[in-house]
Design a protein around this ligand. Sequence first.
Ligand code: 5GP
Ligand code: ZN
Length: 216
Amino acid sequence: DRRDGLGVYTADPYAYDRVLFNNENAVIIQDMFPKSSVHLLVLPKSDRNLLHPFEAFEDPQLLADIKLEVERAKQMVASELRRKYGQFSKSEQARIQARDADDPPEVLPEGRDWAKEIITGVHAVPSMNHLHVHVMSRDMVNDCLKRSAHYNSFQTSFLVPLDKFPLAKDDPVRRIGHGPWHTVDLVCWRCKENFGNRVTKLKAHLAEEHDQWKRE
Ligand code: 5GP
Ligand code: ZN
């Protein structure tokens, strides 16, 4: 089954170049069809990893373990963003200048906080069977983003952050997957411009936003 495609990474982590990190709790991999410029997945190694995320994360130990690995993945995405875009970023320039000065200060300016540019969570209705948490830059610029559902599944409440778990029995999050999330308008995450259902227009706009965003 195509939906079982994520199982191989936890079963045999050393066989795949996409696996960036591996420990007893999880593997961290590159998404094969990334929807942002940096898009990783955290795959828990747990006997609960074929349960729906809402059910899997009823286990407090699993939830706590995976939150740690999601933090690790966030740091990985942040350093990748710094590597890719640090050279363009105004707030990084002070740091780079100080670092490369003849007499660098003992404490460098902090530079840009790339962790603020990252979104994380599980889809309310995942398409892949093995438990996975998305950790990605917020830009939504990638050739693999083709359909409006690709965009809206990450830019609406369909993406559920781990701090929502465990869900109460009557938590409205449980109903998100049945809602109209995939027909809602395409709205730019950065300037809130509404593109209706015009995904090509949105993509052209996101590329412009990306150019501004990396310069912040
Ligand atoms: P979901 O919609 O289930 O939350 O997301 C599944 C994710 O897995 C998608 O972002 C998709 O691009 C990614 N994906 C699907 N098949 C594979 C695969 O075989 N390998 C990897 N690394 N990622 C995959
Ligand atoms: Zn915009």
